[in-house]
Ligand binder design. Structure first.
Ligand code: AGP
Length: 607
C-alpha cells in the first residue's frame, strides 16, 4: 500500500527520497510527494507516478539534507494533488506522511475546526498535522506523543518540522516502520527496500513505539516517553532480489524464480531417509500439532487459495478436519474454537490487516496460532505463537506468484509432518518427499514452454471474459488462475469447481467466453473430459492444462499446455505456473502495467 521514506544526514535528500519511493512503487499507489526540511519546509506532491514527481521536484529546484517522502494509496479522498502526502498543519510548520487509517479523525477534525483550524484536504491524515500543531509547545517529540495518545486507528508516520531541522520522527501503530542506522545519517521507511542500498543495520518499531532520528543518533521511546532499548538487526536479503535482473517485469522474474524459491522453501526441511519433514520454527509446537483435532486456515486472496489447497492436503495426509476462512470474515463471525483447534495464518507480506485482526480474534479465543509467512520480522510473524517462513525472497510483483507455490510447498510439508504421526507410513512418506524434491526441475520444464503460452495469450488477448475450471486440489488453482488474470489484465474471470459448471455458469458459454480447464491425470480426469465436451457442444473454446503424454486431449480442445506428471497431491505446484504465465502475457498484450496494476496494493494494511 502506501510507502514512506525519511532521511536526515549529509546527503542530498531529494534524489535519496525519490530513489526510496521508486523502490516502493511496487506496493501500489496513486500519488506521491516529498517534504524537504532545512529550516523551511518545501513540499512538492501530485497525483500520478514518482517519475512525474521527480520532474516537478527538478523544476522546483528543491534541495536539502533531511526530509520525508510518500506514495499514497487513496483511502479517504480522491487521488489528487491536495490529498497527496505530505500533509501540513495550519502554519505549514509540520509536514507528515502517514500509512494507515485514523478512525476518530472526524471528531478530532471537528474539534480542531472549532479551535480555528482550517483544513484543505479530504484526508484523515491532515488531522494529525493540525493536532500536533495544536499541542506543540516547543518540543516536537512531546507534541507527537500527546497527539498520538488521542488518536484511534492505525498509523506508520514520518514527521518533520521546520522548527527542528535535521530531525525526523517516526511512529508505529499497526503499520510497519523500520529505522535504518547509518554513520552520521539515519533513515526511516515503511519498507526496508527503500534504504537497503545505503544501510542494512535496522530496527523494527513495535506498536506504540516512536523513534526520534537526528543525523548522529536515534532515540526510541514509548508514547508515554519511556526510553526503549532496541537491538540492531541485519537485513540479510540480497539487493538483486529487489531488482528486475534483466526481466521485463518483476512478475515475470518471480514466476521464473519458482524452481529456486520452491527449492528454498524445502531446503533443510526434508528428511529423505525417514520420508518425513522437520521445521525448526515449529519445534516447540510439536505436541500441539500431534494432538490437534481440527485446523483452521486464515488468509486473503492468493493466501486464501493456498489455504484451500492446504485443506485437501491436510485432510488427505493427516486426516484432520480443516476449515479455510477469509480472514476478513472470520473476525466478524462467532468462531467456535474448542480445545484441539489450531489456527494457521497464511500471508506473504505478514502485514495484511484483515489477517492480523483474525489472528487476534483466534488468540482471544485461546487457540494456538501459527504463521506461514514470507517476510521475516513482519507483524504476523511476530504476533503468532510459532511458524514457518517461506524463504521465497522478497516478492515485489503485486500479483503474488512465487509466494503461492512456496505456501503450497510449506503446507504440503506440514500436512506430511502431521500425517506421518497419523496415517502416512514411512514408504509413502519417502515417495512423497522424493516427488516433492523433483518439483523444482518440473517447474523449469513448464517455464521452457513460455513462448507457447505467450502465443496463446496473444491469440486470446481480446477476450474479456474467462472461466477457469478444475476439480479437487486444482479447484483452488482455478480460482488462483482467475484471480491472476483479473488483477493484472483487468479481464473478468471466474473460477469454479468443474462439476459446478452445469449448475449455472454453463449459461455463459459461447465463443466469447474461453474456458480454461485444468485436466491433469488424476481420479477426476474422465469427469473433467466430460465437462470439456459440454463446453465444446455449446460452441465454447477450451484451453487445457494437461499431463505430459496425454495426446488424446489435443483432439478435444483448442489449446493445450502440458505439465509433467507428479503425485496428484502435488499437481497445484505445477498447474498454477502456466496460469500465472497466461495472466502475465495477457496483461502484456493488452498493454497493462503488470507490476503496478490499477487500484491494487502489494500489502493491504487497512481493513
Ligand atoms: C494476490 O495476487 C494479491 N495481490 C492479494 O490477493 C494477496 O494475496 C492478499 O492481499 C493477501 O496478501 P498476503 O499474502 O500478503 O497476506
Amino acid at each position: 500500500m502506501c510507502g514512506i521514506i525519511g532521511y536526515c544526514g549529509p546527503r542530498d535528500v531529494v534524489p535519496l527520497l525519490i530513489a526510496g519511493l521508486k523502490r516502493m512503487e511496487y506496493r501500489g499507489y496513486d500519488s506521491a510527494g516529498i517534504a524537504v526540511n532545512d529550516g523551511s519546509l518545501r513540499i512538492v506532491k501530485d497525483a500520478g507516478k514518482v517519475s512525474n514527481l521527480e520532474q516537478l521536484v527538478r523544476d522546483a529546484a528543491v534541495k536539502g539534507h533531511s526530509g520525508i517522502g510518500h506514495t499514497r494509496w487513496a483511502t479517504h479522498g480522491a487521488p489528487n494533488q491536495v490529498n497527496a502526502h505530505p500533509h501540513t498543519d495550519e502554519s505549514a510548520s509540520i509536514a507528515l506522511a502517514h500509512n494507515g487509517i485514523i478512525e476518530n479523525y472526524s471528531s478530532l477534525r471537528q474539534e480542531l475546526i472549532r479551535s480555528g483550524h482550517t483544513f484543505v484536504s479530504d484526508t484523515d491524515t491532515e488531522t494529525i498535522a493540525h493536532l500536533i500543531e495544536e499541542l506543540y509547545e516547543g518540543d516536537l517529540p512531546h507534541a507527537v506523543q500527546k497527539a498520538l495518545r488521542l488518536i484511534r486507528g492505525t498509523y506508520g508516520l514520518a514527521i518533520v518540522s521546520r522548527h527542528h531541522p535535521g530531525m525526523v520522527i517516526a511512529a508505529r501503530m499497526g503499520s510497519p516502520m523500520v529505522i535504518g542506522h547509518g554513520h552520521g545519517e539515519n533513515f526511516v521507511a515503511s519498507d526496508p527496500a527503500a534504504f537497503l542500498s545505503m544501510t542494512r543495520e535496522a530496527t523494527y518499531l513495535e506498536d506504540g513505539e516512536m523513534a526520534v532520528l537526528t543525523p548522529d543518533k536515534v532515540e526510541y521511546r514509548t508514547l508515554s516517553d519511556e526510553p526503549i532499548d532496541k537491538k540492531l538487526e541485519q537485513i540479510t536479503y540480497d539487493i538483486a532480489a529487489i531488482e528486475k535482473g534483466g526481466f521485463a517485469h518483476f512478475m515475470l522474474k518471480e514466476i521464473c524464480e519458482q524452481p529456486q524459491t520452491v527449492a528454498d522453501s524445502m531446503r533443510g526441511r526434508l528428511l529423505i531417509e525417514e520420508g518425513a519433514v522437520k521445521f525448526g520454527g515449529m519445534a516447540q509446537a510439536k505436541e500441539i500439532l500431534s494432538e490437534a483435532k481440527r485446523v483452521i486456515f486464515l488468509g486473503c486472496g492468493t493466501s486464501w487459495h493456498a489455504g484451500l489447497v492446504g485443506e485437501y492436503l491436510f485432510e488427505e495426509l493427516a486426516g484432520i478436519p480443516v476449515e479455510v476462512e477469509y480472514s476478513s470474515e472470520f473476525r466478524y463471525r462467532s468462531p467456535i474454537l474448542e480445545p484441539g483447534t489450531i489456527v494457521f495464518a497464511i500471508s506473504q507480506s505478514g502485514e495484511t490487516a484483515d489477517t492480523l485482526a483474525a489472528i487476534r480474534e483466534a488468540k482471544r479465543h485461546g487457540a494456538p496460532v501459527f504463521g506461514i509467512c514470507n517476510v521475516v520480522g513482519s507483524a504476523i510473524a511476530r504476533e503468532t505463537d510459532a511458524g514457518v517462513f517461506l524463504h521465497a525472497g522478497p516478492e515485489i510483483g503485486v500479483a503474488s506468484t512465487k509466494a503461492f507455490t512456496s505456501q503450497i510447498t510449506v503446507l504440503f510439508m506440514l500436512a506430511l509432518q502431521m500425517g506421518r504421526s497419523r496415517r502416512v507410513g514411512a514408504g509413502r512418506g519417502r515417495e512423497l518427499v522424493q516427488q516433492l524434491k523433483d518439483i523444482p526441475q518440473k517447474i523449469s520444464r513448464i517455464l521452457a514452454s513460455r513462448e507457447k503460452i505467450e502465443t496463446i495469450a496473444h491469440r486470446y488477448r481480446d477476450s474479456n471474459n474467462f472461466l477457469y475450471l478444475g476439480r479437487g486440489l486444482n479447484f483452488p488453482v482455478a480460482l488462483e488462475g482467475a484471480l491472476k488474470l483479473k488483477e493484472i489484465s483487468y479481464v473478468h474471470a471466474e473460477g469454479y469447481p468443474a462439476a459446478e459448471m452445469k449448475h449455472g455458469p454453463i449459461a455463459l458459454i459461447d465463443r466469447d467466453m474461453p474456458v480454461v480447464f485444468i485436466a491433469t491425470h488424476d481420479g477426476t480426469y474422465e469427469k473433467v473430459i466430460s465437462n470439456i465436451e459440454e463446453v465444446r457442444a455449446r460452441g465454447g473454446r477450451v484451453l487445457a492444462i494437461a499431463t505430459e503424454g496425454d495426446t488424446e486431449i489435443v483432439k478435444r480442445v483448442d489449446e493445450v499446455v502440458y505439465v509433467p506428471e507428479t503425485d496428484a497431491l502435488l499437481t497445484p505446484l505445477l498447474t498454477v505456473v502456466p496460469l500465472q504465465l497466461l495472466a502475465y502475457y495477457m496483461a502484456v498484450h493488452r498493454g497493462c502495467d503488470v507490476d503496478q496494476p490499477r487500484n491494487l496494493a502489494k500489502s493491504v494494511t487497512v481493513e
